[in-house]
Ligand binder design. Structure first.
Ligand code: MG
Length: 217
């Protein structure tokens, strides 16, 4: 399943049984290297919160899992973001930029691999976010991010959507080897990317955003 350049594609986080986040993106390219998506500043998106209005990061995880949740409309306030999803890999690579569109670093989002879906009018990818990340500066120095959060949640095995801690860390180390070697996509590719100025910024979520998650094998 390939996605045509320019098509709108939803990038969705599925946390266990629930949709936790949905971001409408634009397909920049989709080829043997992987799927490259553009998330424009100001895009409408959905984020999950507890029914008391707090987010998962506003409280201990022990508290979060005892509450009910809902998704609410939000906006992507940061500068536009490229998300690169390599094939058959349990991570995506985000290219951060400043307000002028200058590249400021990579962000390796560890996530259970993207499963694609195409409902005709709308298409997307579903990932399971694994919380642990790797921050990478333009000089390719790097550090782990959110390791404390990852460790905290692992203690709640029956509520946490990450099952295999060792697999997440191993994927992180695999990517760190690419980073240190300056291998693609950490070789300068797309750091000068400019979005097509005619792409409209999504002002709402397209119908079909709430379709069921793609079942995992
Ligand atoms: Mg993450």
């Amino acid at each position: 399943m390939m996605f045509a350049a320019g098509r709108q594609v939803l990038y969705r986080n599925i946390d266990g049984p629930r949709l936790a986040c949905a971001r409408p993106c634009r397909v920049v390219s989709d080829d043997e290297r992987g799927l490259l998506l553009w998330l424009a500043r100001g895009s409408a998106m959905l984020v999950e919160e507890a029914v008391d209005g707090r987010g998962v990061r506003d409280m201990p995880f022990a508290e979060w899992i005892a509450l009910s949740h809902r998704v609410i409309p939000a906006r992507w306030h940061g500068p536009g973001l490229l998300k690169f999803i390599p094939p058959d890999a349990d991570h995506s690579v985000w290219f951060f930029r400043d307000d002028e569109g200058r590249f400021t670093g990579w962000y390796v989002n560890l996530e259970e691999r993207a499963l694609r879906w195409d409902d005709g009018d709308l298409a997307g990818v579903d990932v399971i976010d694994q919380d642990l990340d790797v921050l990478v500066r333009p000089d390719r120095s790097w550090e782990w991010k959110d390791e404390d959060e990852f460790t905290e949640r692992l203690a709640f095995g029956e509520h946490y959507w990450v099952r295999d801690e060792a697999a997440v860390r191993a994927e992180g180390w695999r990517v760190i080897k690419q980073i240190e070697a300056g291998d693609f996509p950490f070789d300068g590719t797309w750091t000068d990317f400019r979005p097509d100025p005619t792409w409209p910024v999504p002002t709402s979520l397209p119908p079909g955003w709430d379709r069921p998650p793609v079942p995992r094998p």
